[in-house]
Write a protein that binds this ligand. Structure first.
Ligand SMILES: *Cc1c(COP(=O)(O)O)cnc(C)c1O
Length: 411
């Protein structure tokens, strides 16, 4: 723990950060933050499965996304435990990347965890905060994302509690009907907030349905609202809408800042990889050591349901990692695992804590060998390949990773 050093760094860069999300270059000039491992992190014990986190890949992906977006600042979405990779480890790495202007989360705890891990850039909380939680967040310089009719009263109460104005990004529903103030009612609502002395509007954003037919119409609604605001001389700051999908499929939707999650971690939205627009690198490996190697006789069955029965004598191996760790049950539909540069097919069933692979006629793996189930090392274990072979969303490959998995850093 180095509280003094951290306090010093925070104080020395406060002015640059106050400028808002668009100040990526200002933040980049400040001293590098101290990336301290969070207290809950620990090394894998014995044969426990674990995650390797590749800081270089995260930095590389941030550069690729910046290039793809025409060098717009990145608001890095690190919600849901940084998509399973671990928010306390990933947060400081992205915080230090010059392309990243700020970080965004959907749970208050995650905003606080980022600050506790030493993150200094602006953080956007993209959820509904009651006054108590909103106050706690605003105190730690977390931007709120108001969208309710009573936002003015909520923000006024928070501003009173922290004795300074509250910084916000206005959350607009341009037609996805999930979160945000409906664009049809937004104009008078924004006018009122813009005139409130205790509110600072740093940005305005919306989210897209990721539908080919509909996204353009949504952005049109959003831009029409912005035009009306500009006509009234209301400054609403940084505009953003583009998630990973829009980076690849909507080069017309860029605005002032991009807001990707998935792509930062090195996976592509479905269908985007073949476009060859960016070279993303999976920033994690899901790994486990072989715990058992055995030889089956003809007719021997494997795991629950006996989905696999040996047609001839063969070697198999057991990995102590299963669907409770976040490795999909659907891996039996054709996924492979990499051990010592060779690929082995997943067979039988993925149970809560175990996965079994077919080794073949000769015993080429041993107890203690490291298996990589997901990672960058072979196209067959790339997260997008696993998602395609298993027939699941690539988001599930990442976000279902168990937050209790121990992690180690590769940089
Ligand atoms: C999750 C999320 C994102 C990032 O989406 P990706 O598809 O992972 O790039 C952006 N904006 C909002 C509001 C989100 O909830």
């Amino acid at each position: 723990m180095q509280p003094n050093r951290r306090e010093f760094l925070r104080a020395s860069t406060g002015a640059a950060l106050a400028a808002g999300f668009a100040s990526a270059s200002a933040s980049a000039q400040s001293p590098l933050p101290v990336a301290e491992p969070a207290s809950q992190e620990r090394a894998p014990r014995n044969y426990e499965a674990w995650l390797d986190i590749d800081a270089n890949a995260l930095r590389h992906n941030a550069r690729e996304i910046a290039r793809l977006s025409g060098n717009l600042p990145i608001l890095a979405v690190v919600k849901n435990n940084a998509y399973g990779l671990g928010i306390a480890r990933v947060g400081p790495i992205l915080d230090a990347a010059p392309e990243v202007a700020g970080l965004a989360v959907v749970k208050p705890e995650e905003a606080l965890a980022l600050r506790a891990a030493g993150v200094r850039k602006p953080i956007l909380f993209m959820g509904l905060a009651d006054v108590e939680t909103g106050t706690e967040l605003a105190r730690r310089d977390v931007r709120l994302a108001p969208f309710t009719d009573d936002a003015g009263e909520r923000l006024a109460a928070i501003a009173r509690a922290i004795a300074k104005p509250v910084h916000v990004h206005l959350y607009i529903d341009s037609g996805m009907s999930r979160m945000g103030m409906p664009h049809t009612r937004a104009l008078p609502w924004i006018e009122a907030l813009a005139h409130a002395t205790n509110v600072r509007i740093d940005g305005i954003y919306t989210e897209l349905a990721e539908s080919d037919q509909y996204d353009a119409a949504q952005v049109e609604q959003f831009n029409a609202l912005i035009t009306q605001l500009r006509d009234r001389r209301l400054n609403v700051g940084t505009r953003h809408a583009a998630s990973s999908h829009a980076l690849f499929f909507r080069s017309d939707i860029r605005l002032d800042m991009v807001r990707p999650g998935l792509a930062l971690y090195g996976a592509y939205p479905a269908g985007a990889r073949v476009k060859n627009l960016a070279e993303l690198r999976p920033a994690f490996r899901l790994r486990a050591k072989v715990v058992r190697v055995t030889r089956l006789n003809t007719g021997d069955g494997v795991s629950y349901g006996r989905n696999y029965v040996a047609e001839r004598p063969t070697w198999i191996a057991t990995l102590p990692v299963g669907h409770a760790d976040g490795y999909t049950r659907q891996a039996v539909r054709g996924a492979e695992v990499l051990i010592n540069n060779r690929l082995y097919r997943v067979i039988g069933a993925v149970s809560a804590s175990h996965t079994i692979i077919e080794v073949g006629d000769t015993q080429t793996v041993n107890v203690g060998d490291v298996a990589t189930l997901v990672g960058p090392d072979d196209p067959a274990i790339h997260p997008n390949t696993l998602s395609e072979r298993a027939g699941i969303s690539v988001y599930d490959v990442l976000m279902h990773l168990n937050a209790d998995l121990p992690t180690s850093s590769v940089s």
